[in-house]
Design a protein around this ligand. Structure first.
Ligand code: HEC
Ligand code: HEC
Length: 185
């Protein structure tokens, strides 16, 4: 009698403990799955600095030049990230960790991050209420390209002002100086 009582006394706590563990594990799994779906985690700053540039080139340089972060303010990059997978009429699916890394790198090197002269030039023409979603929609871009005629923008080799390499042959390397500019036509 005494032995039976002991066994029952042990079985219930162990069973109960296993149940609690199961419930906790399920909650953790479900929560992780859900947060990973909606919101890419922000990686540590050191990781962003070390591998952000390369990740940006890989993820953002296939369809157009990988636009440098200092051409847009951090809020613009954030808005672009929030809109994904919708991306200017195409669907852009990136692995969650890569998306988090690229966007963190873009934001920390944005026009208003204070790391570049070009960024300061861009910000000088961004009004407080502006949140341009395109480099080509910034007042800085329009101002800097005022000398280009309508007929040049309309050339098939240019196609869109977003096509920087049509005129800036070293745009992929981030070089835009006078010597590397050639207006087609
Ligand atoms: C699957 C192709 C594709 C990939 C990959 C891609 N984009 Fe784009 N992107 C587009 C298209 C299409 C446009 C619209 C081009 C136009 O209107 O001339 C665009 C436009 C843009 C513009 C606005 C250009 C302008 O007019 O100033 C920015 C900024 C931009 N993309 C950033 C990114 C970033 C950042 C990434 C990587 C996370 C990325 N893109 C990856 C297809 C792509
Ligand atoms: C149709 C040709 C054309 C296109 C397309 C074009 N640009 Fe330009 N860009 C020019 C010309 C011309 C200048 C003036 C060069 C000068 O001042 O000597 C210029 C100037 C610039 C400058 C200033 C360079 C400096 O040394 O101060 C930057 C930066 C720049 N462009 C970036 C871009 C970016 C980014 C894109 C794409 C989103 C782009 N451009 C698309 C023709 C173009």
């Amino acid at each position: 009698m005494a032995g039976q009582g002991n066994r029952r006394g042990l079985t219930f706590p162990i069973f109960g403990f296993a149940m609690v563990l199961g419930v906790v594990a399920t909650i953790v799994l479900v929560r992780n799955g859900r947060t990973a779906d909606v919101e890419p985690e922000t990686p540590a700053p050191a990781l962003v600095a070390a591998s952000g540039r390369q990740a940006h080139r890989d993820a953002c340089g296939d369809c157009h030049v990988a636009y440098a972060p200092y051409f847009l303010p951090a809020d613009s990059w954030r808005a672009m990230g929030d809109a994904l997978p919708e991306h200017f009429g195409v669907r852009l699916h990136l692995p969650v960790t890569k998306q988090g890394l690229v966007l963190a790198w873009l934001r920390s090197n944005a026009a208003d991050a204070g790391h570049s002269l070009m960024g300061a030039e861009v910000m000088a023409r961004v009004a407080p209420t502006d949140r341009p979603l395109r480099v080509t929609a910034t007042r800085w871009f329009r101002h800097r390209h005022l000398m280009i005629s309508r007929s040049t923008w309309a050339l098939p080799v240019v196609a869109t002002p977003a096509n920087c390499p049509a005129c800036h042959h070293d745009a992929a390397q981030g070089i835009f100086d006078e010597r590397s500019v050639h207006i087609p036509g």
